[in-house]
Design a protein around this ligand. Structure first.
Ligand SMILES: [Zn+2]
Ligand SMILES: [Zn+2]
Length: 168
């Protein structure tokens, strides 16, 4: 599995004990926008609502298509700039899957993903910390000559395949 270009949000996780690690609300996003000093434009609020109520994983193209349903004159550049801004302020995380698709993710806590082989939707996967530690500590690097090197690994973002409940 080639995960070298997937960001791992080790140092940027938010302290938010009031909600589950998987949840995202418009209010959380608004608060982060206020803290960052960014203006609360109608497009930014519409983006927060999209991620909170429609889907937590969307490509830039999907965000553009959803927003232009209500606002046909919206430019692609505005949407993409706002996605960059949301990523910069840790409102959204950016993940690249194994097949190269880039997703914006409302869950900015460190987590992993499953791609449903039936419908193609992305699902967040939580792995207990003890299991992750065991995985990182027991993994070895492979080299072309077949030797295995034991190197400390510090973080991982894993893409699983599986079948979601709706497709079972
Ligand atoms: Zn499915
Ligand atoms: Zn996710």
């Amino acid at each position: 599995m080639s995960n070298s270009n997937i960001p791992v949000h080790e140092s940027t996780q938010r302290e938010d004990s009031s909600s589950s690690p998987c949840s995202f609300s418009v209010e959380q996003g608004l608060e982060l926008l206020r803290i960052s000093g960014a203006r609360l434009t109608s497009q930014r609020i519409a983006m927060l609502e999209l991620f909170a109520h429609h889907s937590s994983h969307l490509t830039a193209q999907q965000v553009f298509e959803f927003l232009t349903e209500n606002e046909p004159t919206l430019s692609r550049a505005t949407v993409y700039n706002n996605l960059d801004l949301f990523e910069k302020f840790d409102i959204l995380a950016r993940y690249q899957s194994d097949n190269g698709d880039v997703y914006y993710d409302a869950n900015t806590h460190p987590h992993h993903h499953m791609i449903c082989t039936g419908c193609g939707t992305l699902h967040d996967v939580l792995i207990p910390q003890a299991a992750m530690d065991a995985l990182l500590n027991s993994s070895v690097l492979c080299s072309p000559d077949g030797a295995h090197a034991s190197t400390p690994l510090s973080a991982a973002s894993i893409w699983f395949k599986g079948v979601c409940q709706g497709c079972q």
